[in-house]
Design a protein around this ligand. Structure first.
Ligand SMILES: [Cu+2]
Length: 144
């Protein structure tokens, strides 16, 4: 009996020590997780603020007499403008060189890296244009 009751006591002591140690580790992990969570929430807050300052979709928005040249593309590629009203192309592609050149050579902005190119169209119809620097850049003006 003596030996039988002696062993379980030792085991329970060992278990207590181990459980205390594991509790300590668990507490340390909880603190670390808490710090990580706090850091993540701060980081997310910064990201949200940064996104609000520079919303990419809004800067690309064109249409209704406006074309924004960005991302090696005319945005939008197909734009409508009333006859006689100026259409404005804004060069906003981080200094990249582009042109607004009519396929029929009726107009040409020349090579530009910033600023605006404006042109009014007197006759209703469609006018195709392209960039002389980038073959894949193509646009259409729909004069109404
Ligand atoms: Cu281009």
């Amino acid at each position: 009996m003596g030996q039988k009751t002696h062993w379980p006591k030792q085991e329970s002591r060992v278990r207590r020590r181990r459980s205390v140690e594991s509790n300590g580790v668990a507490l340390t992990r909880l603190v670390l997780v808490g710090l990580l969570l706090a850091g993540c929430s701060l980081f997310e807050g910064g990201n949200t603020n940064g996104g609000a300052v520079t919303p990419p979709p809004a800067s690309v928005a064109g249409g209704d007499g406006k074309v924004v040249i960005q991302g090696i593309a005319y945005n939008p590629a197909r734009v409508e403008v009333p006859a006689g009203q100026e259409l404005v192309w804004t060069f906003a592609d981080n200094g990249l060189t582009h042109t607004v050149t009519a396929d029929d050579a009726s107009f040409d902005s020349g090579r530009m890296t910033s600023g605006e190119f404006r042109r009014a169209f007197a006759t209703p119809g469609e006018v195709a244009y392209h960039c002389e620097v980038h073959a894949r850049m193509k646009g259409t003006v729909v004069v109404q």
